[in-house]
Design a protein around this ligand. Structure first.
Ligand SMILES: Nc1nc2c(ncn2[C@@H]2O[C@H](COP(=O)(O)OP(=O)(O)O)[C@@H](O)[C@H]2O)c(=O)[nH]1
Ligand SMILES: [Mg+2]
Length: 437
């Protein structure tokens, strides 16, 4: 099918559907200012300086009917988002106005923009690389402060610079290897190849290690609260939420199903799942609740295993222990047992709650230090994994073959920035954008 032409003038509504204070129609492409001028009553857009607003009215050129009073913002190539002459019409935020304005633009020869086509043009015109374009999408979709920060870091080329830096080292090494192949007497020692590759490999591994945290910052995490009946799960959920969401009773087996509640810990959107108490039971409803609880624990990003320290210690259920935090509840009551691996918490007095929040944050995002680039995009993860595999190959290979593996690692890294990628890859990236972005 091929990528859409860069030459056409494209137009789209850039603001979300529905009514709003302001609505924005975007236009971009060669001749877009001349096209807009045919609808514009006011200062001639073709004579307006880039980056300037002007006030006027939008008219239907055929009937001379005024469609709305509006602001017009003009950008001149290459100083625009797309790198082309572009304009934004800021109208009143009425769907009726926006539709009519768009219609009039189409009648004057603009065509509807495809999803993400403005950003696609920015990428194809060299205004940003593919990783930055993907950050635009991540930023639009960011639902937490952590996700916003990461997307913004990507947009300001944080990842791109890191990839460029790693690639440079590999190019230099490649040149040395080439020289050695041409003039064996003055080239690199085999050990030198490994020495140079080691830190590069570490950097790639370091980036890959941030992927789980990056994904959680972008999409949020699910935390399951699991434990025996009466362990204090519902009370802890309420304490974390700060309001009474779940029913708390002294009767074991109150929560027979599960319930979900959204909360935020250190800027990360979290869905906490309160589950049925885990115990041997003959009650059919409770039994399926218990099975479901263990299932939810298996699927959660993090499990809180709760055990009441004022009662004899229960037998722990089968849980994914590597991603389970152990919590000793009712710490305001005298302990029957103590165990260092358990964090002592009282939902009643709030004791240990802050420490628990910190531990949750640490477990979810701990691999990815604040202030660094986190990988959150599946395409980047996949390319980095390939780069890592090729670098490992290069470490093992005889020096005359190491170069081939290094070249393949470089290709994988270049894909992240969108150098020499297929149209299919580009298409897949931009398909997820909305129209008008
Ligand atoms: N003293 C004390 N009692 C608690 C605490 N947390 C829960 N409980 C009590 O333990 C009982 C069971 O609590 P609940 O949250 O319903 O446990 P769940 O069955 O695991 O959901 C209720 O009577 C709660 O009031 C706590 O931190 N301190
Ligand atoms: Mg409960």
């Amino acid at each position: 099918m091929g990528l859409p032409s860069l030459k056409d003038v494209i137009a789209a509504i850039a603001t979300p559907p529905g009514k709003g204070a302001v609505g924005i129609v975007r236009v971009s492409g060669e001749g877009s200012l001349e096209l807009v001028s045919r609808l514009w009553q006011g200062k001639n857009p073709s004579q307006l300086a880039g980056g300037r607003f002007t006030y006027g009215a939008i008219c239907d050129p055929q009937t001379q009917e005024v469609l709305d009073q509006a602001l017009l913002l003009v950008f001149r190539q290459p100083h625009s988002y797309t790198g082309q002459d572009s304009a934004e019409l800021h109208t009143h935020g009425s769907p009726a106005v926006l539709r009519r304005v768009l219609q009039a633009l189409f009648e004057q020869g603009a065509r509807p923009a495809q999803p993400g086509e403005f950003t696609l043009r920015a990428y194809l015109n060299g205004k940003m690389d593919l990783a930055q374009a993907e950050s635009v999408l991540s930023l639009v979709e960011a639902e937490s402060d952590a996700a916003r920060r990461q997307a913004l870091r990507g947009l300001s080329a944080g990842l791109s610079q890191k990839i460029a830096h790693i690639s440079e080292e590999l190019f230099t090494l490649l040149a040395h290897i080439q020289a050695w192949l041409d003039y064996p007497e003055e080239g690199v020692e085999p050990a030198q190849i490994q020495e140079t590759l080691k830190p590069v490999l570490l950097e790639v591994q370091h980036l890959l290690a941030t992927a789980p945290a990056g994904r959680i910052a972008q999409k949020g995490a699910r935390i399951a609260l699991v434990g025996a009946p009466n362990a204090g799960k519902s009370s802890l959920l309420n304490a974390l939420l700060g309001y009474e969401r779940a029913i708390v009773t002294p009767i074991p087996g109150t929560t027979r199903d599960y319930l979900e509640a959204p909360l935020e810990i250190a800027g990360v959107p979290i869905v906490a799942v309160d589950t049925a108490g885990v115990r041997e039971t003959e009650d059919l409803i409770e039994k399926s609740g218990v099975e479901r609880a263990l299932q939810i624990a298996q699927e959660a990003d993090l499990v809180l295993y709760l055990a009441d320290q004022s009662q004899p210690r229960p037998t722990p259920p089968p849980l994914p222990w590597a991603r389970t935090l152990m919590v000793a509840t009712k710490a305001d009551l005298p302990p029957v047992w103590t165990e260092h691996s358990f964090l002592r918490v009282s939902s009643q007095t709030g004791l240990g709650l802050e420490a628990l929040r910190q531990q949750i944050h640490q477990r979810l995002l701990g691999e990815a230090p604040e202030g660094e680039i986190w990988i959150s995009n599946e395409r980047h993860v996949e390319a980095l994994r390939r780069a890592k595999a090729h670098l490992l190959e290069a470490m093992e290979a005889p020096e005359d073959l190491a170069g081939v593996s290094i070249e393949m690692a470089l290709d994988a890294l270049a894909e992240i920035l969108g150098k020499d990628v297929s149209e299919e890859v580009i298409d897949r990236v931009f398909r997820n954008f909305c129209v008008g972005k």
